[in-house]
Ligand binder design. Structure first.
Ligand SMILES: C[S@@+](CC[C@H](N)C(=O)[O-])C[C@H]1O[C@@H](n2cnc3c(N)ncnc32)[C@H](O)[C@@H]1O
Length: 213
């Protein structure tokens, strides 16, 4: 019997040059509420070395860099990394930008004070990948991980469920906070805070903190 082929997901292979430029060119006003959400969460995270993975076009990297965090940025897609290089430079920030597969980070244990992982987790199609990714984030973060996820107890998640029932294929996955928290707890982290974008949207951002050894 051969090995089981690795499960992949659209977000891993989708960010070609064209798609990457399209994502980065989203109207700035669509970014405002999402960046406010990140800013709210980081009010509880002290200044220090932060890894933004996946960084996409670098909007979170720029926000946190301007707030005084010492940023590094990583993504699987070279077109996305190139946009982050351009965006950070245009904002006067000197940020190392490197290739990473979030499923197997090349960084040493506890090598960043905090990690931010925004608008990624909801792309992961199964528990095995979710567990693996959270394990990597917890291994590399010394103290905090701020990770977004799609919360199923929201109107937007209900709407997605109805669209699925009508036969629509959606490649996003809603995960209960209890499930997300359980992935962190086995890695020695506890839930510190949970923020929602608004009353309807399923985008939530949870901050996890390492339980002292
Ligand atoms: C929706 S974007 C979000 C990016 C950014 N955090 C933001 O909020 O703008 C998703 C990103 O995940 C990256 N990605 C997908 N799979 C990845 C993987 N296995 N490792 C690292 N990056 C990955 C894609 O290249 C893309 O840039």
């Amino acid at each position: 019997m051969g090995d089981t082929p690795a499960v992949t997901y659209r977000a891993k292979t989708n960010y070609t040059e064209e798609k990457a430029r399209g994502y980065a060119d989203r109207e700035a006003r669509r970014n405002v509420p999402e960046l406010k959400l990140v800013e709210r969460a980081f009010q509880f995270i002290p200044r220090g070395r932060v890894l933004d993975v996946p960084c996409g076009g670098g909007r979170v990297t720029v926000l946190l860099g301007k707030l005084g965090y010492e940023m590094s940025a990583a993504d699987y897609s070279e077109p996305m990394r190139q946009i982050t290089r351009e965006t950070t430079a245009a904002n006067g920030l000197n940020v190392p930008v490197f290739k990473e597969d979030i499923e197997n980070l090349s960084q040493a244990d506890r090598s960043f004070d905090a990690i931010v992982c925004f608008r990624f987790f909801h792309h992961l199609p199964n528990e095995e990948l979710r567990r693996k990714v959270v394990g990597e984030l917890c291994r590399v973060a010394r103290r905090h991980v701020a990770m977004s996820y799609f919360n199923p107890k929201t109107l937007r998640a209900l709407e997605q469920k109805l669209r699925r029932l009508r036969g629509r294929k959606l490649s996003v996955f809603n995960t209960p906070l209890a499930e997300v928290t359980a992935y962190f707890e086995v890695n020695g982290f506890e839930l510190a805070r949970n923020f929602r974008l608004d009353a309807i949207n399923n985008l939530h951002l949870a901050v996890f903190e390492r339980v002292p050894d």
